[in-house]
Design a protein around this ligand. Sequence first.
Ligand code: 13P
Length: 287
Amino acid sequence: MLVSAKEMLVKAKAGHYAVGQFNINNLEWTKAVLQTAQENNSPVILGVSEGAGKYMTGYKTIVGMVNGMLEEMGITVPVALHLDHGSYDHCFKCIEAGFSSVMFDGSHYPIEENIEKTKELVGVCAAKGISLEAEVGSIGGEEDGVVGMGECADPNECKAIADLGIDFLAAGIGNIHGKYPENWAGLSFETLDAIQKLTGDMPLVLHGGTGIPTDMIKRAIELGVAKINVNTECQLTFAEATRKYIESGKDLEGKGFDPRKLLAPGVEAIKATVKEKMEIFGSVNKA
Ligand code: 13P
């Protein structure tokens, strides 16, 4: 059964480790992440962006697929199904479809509007036992070939959002989605420290988990990060393993055209990446 991400993240913050959110894109991806979580006895959060939701034909399909897998794969570790960077409308769609957790990303609104919309969702989610993530300070990334630098959130604005009763908070601390540029200044631990001091026990979320050096990840966890999102790295390792398999020409004239064979190296690559992240984040054997 899917669970809210609240309890696993409160436990993670208190125990000084982080739970990984791995974004899913299809059936193989979902199965690989769930298998790895079970094999490593780790709690896990399956992230779904609005784009991935559309690609997989809609949120109800995803809920059906994930619930089916939890049962048929005999998954016993805590699993949350979470909307990643959701708009206000899509938070409601996911709640209705059966997600156990949503992120409302109101960071592009003026802070007053972000507060107002987040507050409404706090009430809706609390009534249904669904966890809610909010965001303050935009998280940069690549758009049309231009890499935007991550912005640092205002700690006082973080406190204002945290005090609304959300379950965990994503705050920009110089992190960005996708690959980090050569001249990246690194995470701002000064900002993270100030945010953590003002928000107390609130589990903090680090987006853009691909390519952040391990020492920075560990320092962020020490300063209150309890959830780390990884997407691009799984995509890169999946693509690389699949490309190598196709280029090897191996089996393609035999049974290798069967998607179950063709995608297998990519699936193994995702499993290896997820396992490595769980070890770095410290969530192994924390289920
Ligand atoms: P990456 O794609 O950089 O791993 O970031 C994932 C993320 O933060 C999803 O919200």
